[in-house]
Design a protein around this ligand. Structure first.
Ligand SMILES: Nc1nc2c(ncn2[C@@H]2O[C@H](COP(=O)(O)OP(=O)(O)O)[C@@H](O)[C@H]2O)c(=O)[nH]1
Ligand SMILES: [Mg+2]
Length: 304
């Protein structure tokens, strides 16, 4: 098997980082050619010292630059062919690393550790809702079934990193990478993993990070939706609302004036509502089919 590089971005994780490295060593030592790289991202606590103690390679950013920058630093210093990303908070058990690497060797392009089956209870409720919604959106955009598109526990080939890398500031990085992989027709494999309660304080801000995630997904959705689809979808709420207005006017006439002054309004209401709903469904279907065809196209192109 190819050499495995485990990259651990860490920001103020003095409680977790030592345990994480220790567990990985225990799992892989003597059995797999590997290296462990901790990237201390300008921590203000004892993360650097704790990481150093483990004997892992520790890189350091002078100032906090964010998780994405730390991942890039780690990968650029790595020497293995297989990259595994994990967190420094002791949530992702190390025992899955060999299985991840195996999947890559067997042809997977991106392996995701999915928390949905076994670890959902340890994701805070608010984040869990976000996780489900975002994973549905990712699945729709990418035309693949993804149960946990935001997981931080993932593996890919170092040679693929440039094509998987995306611009992002914070924790929307994982989401965007998953979408990009799906869009490019990469073979994505999800492995169910256990997810433990984190050690130390969370760095995720559900509101700010959730907002950034939603914004990036929206911009992907807009750029992914064809002009024809938009032409179908955008008029539908207006037509629907117009239908409601005609309906309300008819009701108002019937109730207060007891007579229908505009006898054709109810007919218009029914027509507009039915028309807008059918147009909307047609737009969605059209969108889905074009996306699916695009994905098939990309997969075929990638095979060549
Ligand atoms: N290098 C670096 N890592 C960060 C930063 N913010 C968060 N992390 C790391 O990213 C991982 C995920 O953060 P966490 O707070 O656990 O978010 P969650 O796993 O989504 O709940 C942890 O290992 C953090 O140490 C940062 O600014 N820089
Ligand atoms: Mg975490």
């Amino acid at each position: 098997m190819e050499r495995i590089s485990i990259i651990i971005p860490a920001y103020n994780e003095e409680k977790g980082v030592g345990k994480v490295v220790g567990e990985i060593k225990e799992t892989l030592s003597g059995k797999y050619d590997h290296e462990i790289i901790v990237v201390d991202d300008g921590s203000t606590d004892k993360t650097y010292e704790q990481a150093k103690k483990t004997g892992a390679a520790v890189l350091r950013h002078e100032h906090n630059q964010g998780k994405v920058a730390a991942i890039r630093t780690g990968i650029s210093h790595s020497t293995g062919g297989i990259i595994v990303l994990t967190d420094a908070d002791y949530t992702y058990p190390a025992r899955y690393i060999p299985a991840f690497a195996n999947e890559i060797e067997n042809g997977a392009d991106l392996v995701l550790g999915s928390r949905v089956e076994k670890g959902l209870s340890n994701i805070p409720t608010f984040n869990r809702i976000g996780n489900i919604v975002f994973s549905m959106l990712i699945s729709y955009i990418g035309c693949v079934r993804i149960s946990d598109g935001q997981t931080g526990y993932r593996a890919f080939r170092k040679a693929d990193f440039e094509r998987l890398d995306v611009s992002a500031r914070g924790l929307e990085y994982e989401t965007k990478m998953t979408v990009k992989a799906a869009k490019n027709g990469y073979n994505i494999v999800e492995l169910p993993i256990e997810y433990r309660p984190r050690v130390g304080d969370s760095k995720l801000n559900p509101i700010a990070d959730g907002y950034r995630m939603l914004r990036s997904l929206m911009s992907i959705m807009m750029s992914e939706t064809s002009f024809i689809t938009k032409t179908f979808l955008i008029p539908t709420p207006i037509l629907f609302l117009a239908g409601i207005v005609f309906g309300l006017v008819s009701l108002h006439e019937k109730i207060t004036l007891k007579v229908l002054e505009h006898q054709y309004y109810p007919l218009l209401t029914v027509f507009l509502m039915l028309f807008s709903v059918s147009l909307f469904s047609f737009g969605l279907m059209f969108d889905y089919v074009t996306k699916k065809l695009d994905r098939i196209d990309e997969r075929l192109r990638k095979r060549k």
